[in-house]
Design a protein around this ligand. Structure first.
Ligand code: BGC
Length: 356
């Protein structure tokens, strides 16, 4: 596409310069007869224009929350969260812009081509998206906990594409506030080399029916921030948003017993976070790809003031650099909201939405 644009640009400039020469030899130049030659440095290149749109689409995601441990559980409710209408109202009222909805599509899809997805999961996801839109929230849907592809990526690649072909066809007429994320946290045997071969098949299946939808994709090693530079993205698809997950330092965010006591918040801790995000921003600027932190969070057993400090620091450093984000998670083990009384954990909500 770049080459085609370059050639049409060259052709246009040639035509204009030939035109000008013709004009200048046959007609005395007047201000009205000879339009000024476009300044080549000002010519509009459609690729940066589309990049601007992708950055805008990422800003549209803004601040989000993961409806984690609901629809990626073996059955909804089994891991502590069954989605209800009032949650969407509370999320919107708190000031969030979007929800990320992890979904275990692979559990509802046949094992053989064309990998038919059961209508009942579509019905449920239709409802989720409808609720989000009704409350003015954008929605990210992904393929989550597709464990087989992590172990046997080559044999499951076609299934991932087949699953996306159906999801994409089903939602093709939905507005652009619906975003598709190809696969949560590629890991194990799904290393960067294999991932770079596999995701284009799923992306192509999406593009058959959704040429304009924004699609989110992240690197291997559990969407690790330090692996962004292993992603090989198609240069002519400018409707991509790149994601990474951030749980660093893991020994702080993933303490799941009250007796553990790793703390966070020294100058060195903050510098390490800034260094990670600076490197990510440098990659984003060089590649002209917007960045979305699809997950970041601290386990609920960590004392609340420490959780709030880490969450507010990550959030602020992300926003300084223009990254959109979704906290992990809404109401379960990393939660910021208590389900039984429908109350936010206020210090955590303030850390994320300071105006709340
Ligand atoms: C996983 C969750 C986990 C969270 C934090 C997510 O990607 O799906 O099960 O709790 O990361 O580790």
């Amino acid at each position: 596409m770049k080459t085609r644009i370059f050639f049409s640009l060259v052709t246009l400039l040639l035509l204009l310069s030939v035109g000008c020469q013709t004009v200048s030899t046959s007609v005395p130049p007047t201000e009205t007869a000879v339009p000024p030659l476009p300044n080549p440095t000002n010519t509009i290149d459609p690729i940066p224009t589309l990049n601007t749109q992708a950055f805008a689409a990422n800003q549209n995601l803004g601040r989000g929350v993961n409806l984690g441990n609901a629809l990626e559980a073996p059955s909804e409710g089994a891991w502590g969260l069954y989605l209800q209408e009032q949650y969407f109202a509370d999320i919107a009222a708190a000031g969030f812009d979007h929800v990320r909805v992890p979904i275990r599509w692979s559990a509802y899809a046949d094992l053989e081509p064309p990998y038919t997805i059961k209508p009942r999961i579509f019905k449920r996801i239709d409802w989720v998206i409808e609720q989000a839109f009704a409350h003015n929230l954008a929605v990210v849907i992904n393929v989550h906990h597709f464990e087989a592809i992590m172990q046997q990526p080559e044999t499951q690649a076609e299934r991932l594409a087949g699953i996306w072909r159906q999801i994409a066809a089903h939602y093709q007429d939905y507005p652009n506030d619906l975003y598709f994320e190809i696969l949560n946290e590629p890991q194990d045997n799904l290393n960067s080399e294999v991932w770079n071969k596999i995701f284009p098949q799923a992306l192509a299946a999406i593009r058959e029916t959704n040429p304009e939808r924004y699609v989110i994709i992240g690197p291997d090693t559990w969407n690790n921030v330090n692996r962004l530079n292993t992603l090989t993205l198609p240069a002519d698809d400018r409707r991509l948003i790149v994601t990474f997950h951030y749980y660093s330092p893991h020994e702080f965010t993933h303490q799941d017993t009250p007796s553990s006591s790793t703390t966070w918040g020294t100058e060195a801790d903050v510098s390490a976070l800034q260094a990670d995000f600076d490197a990510a921003l440098a990659w984003s600027t060089a590649e002209q790809r917007p960045l979305y932190i699809g997950e970041f969070g601290v386990h609920a057993t960590v004392p609340e003031p420490s959780r709030a400090l880490w969450l507010s620091t990550v959030r602020a450093e992300a926003e300084k650099r223009g990254f959109s984000w979704a906290v992990w998670d809404f109401g379960t083990d990393f939660g910021i909201y208590t389900l039984h009384n429908r109350k936010w954990k206020d210090p955590l909500l303030k850390a994320l939405i300071p105006e709340s």
